[in-house]
Design a protein around this ligand. Sequence first.
Ligand SMILES: *[C@@H]1O[C@H](CO)[C@@H](O)[C@H](O)[C@H]1NC(C)=O
Ligand SMILES: *[C@@H]1O[C@H](CO)[C@@H](O)[C@H](O)[C@H]1NC(C)=O
Ligand SMILES: *[C@@H]1O[C@H](CO)[C@@H](O)[C@H](O)[C@H]1NC(C)=O
Ligand SMILES: [Zn+2]
Length: 334
Amino acid sequence: MLSFLLFILGSLITFVISQDCTPYSSSYDFSSGYPNIWEKPTSDNFNTDEFQQVYNSIDWSQVPDIQPHTVVNGDIDQSNYPDDDPDCWWTYNQCSSPNAPGVQPDVTICPEPETWGLTYDDGPNCAHNTFYDFLKENDQNATMFFIGSNVANWPKEAKRALTDGHHICCHTWSHQYMTSLTNEEVVGELYYALKAIKTVIGVTPLCWRPPYGDVDDRVRAIAQQLNLPMTVLWNLDTNDWDMEPDGSETSDQIDSNFQSFVDMGTDGTFANSGCIVLEHELNNGTMSKAMEWYPKIVNAYQYVVPIATCMNVTQPYAESDYSYPSFTDYTGTN
Ligand SMILES: *[C@@H]1O[C@H](CO)[C@@H](O)[C@H](O)[C@H]1NC(C)=O
Ligand SMILES: *[C@@H]1O[C@H](CO)[C@@H](O)[C@H](O)[C@H]1NC(C)=O
Ligand SMILES: *[C@@H]1O[C@H](CO)[C@@H](O)[C@H](O)[C@H]1NC(C)=O
Ligand SMILES: [Zn+2]
């Protein structure tokens, strides 16, 4: 009898979990007008009036002429790149102050002291309801960097982020090394991700984060002209993206990263300005870690806020009818 009950329970759990991530049909059609899901845009996309109009809206004289890097065995190739970092390539030496004139610096920290900038990449995740419920119970909003392909696959989960009050930024269409792409591909990765977010969620983000932090002055200049003036990096990386079983670091190693960042909340490291921390809603493991460490983070830091809030961006989307609390409003300080 007991084993039968356990069997039923097991099946039920498997059902609930798999149901979470079972593809479902929606009223949105991504079969045309977009690149293939999880693939780079191609000439099929470039040879459309829609794309040409976007591409030609860019003043290319303002975009530095930098050759794309190559990807070797899944890694961006840094050999032969000059030591003096002419392109302000973040991957090379974490440069965030562009050399190209008129290009905005990246946001890498929350300027407010003792403040943790809360960010989660790679969503929306098909099984994020437990995690989003947790944030909601804690009256905690965060900046979510959404991948266009995930928005296309999981529109209900994408919409929930806005309803819950999270700050949504763009994390490209298919998560490539952006400095390895041609100009057309860079435009496509950003444009189609923004189009998917607008179509499904109804807003147009003004901020984005390059996958792997891989950005240089060419890519920044293009993003800025596509009305993404805020490129958001980070100054603390939990390495949760590299956790076993998919990655190479043990759960203990990730815990020790979180612990050292928590310690920085009380040891004076952030007495003058705060941090932006890289975390992910990539899978159950990263979301579980996020929930496990959240209470300790809140205890150690004075403020835990989304990036719009720590930057006082009260209009985070191109649509003017949507407002966001400033730092003072969110934290109730004055
Ligand atoms: C988070 O966003 C929701 C929805 O907009 C809002 O009601 C809530 O007050 C926000 N939380 C904080 C702490 O501002
Ligand atoms: C999710 O991760 C937690 C913590 O590691 C674990 O206890 C739980 O069994 C996992 N759930 C699933 C569905 O894998
Ligand atoms: C946000 O606004 C507060 C209150 O006016 C101010 O003290 C703080 O310096 C501002 N922060 C930024 C990054 O603009
Ligand atoms: Zn990512």
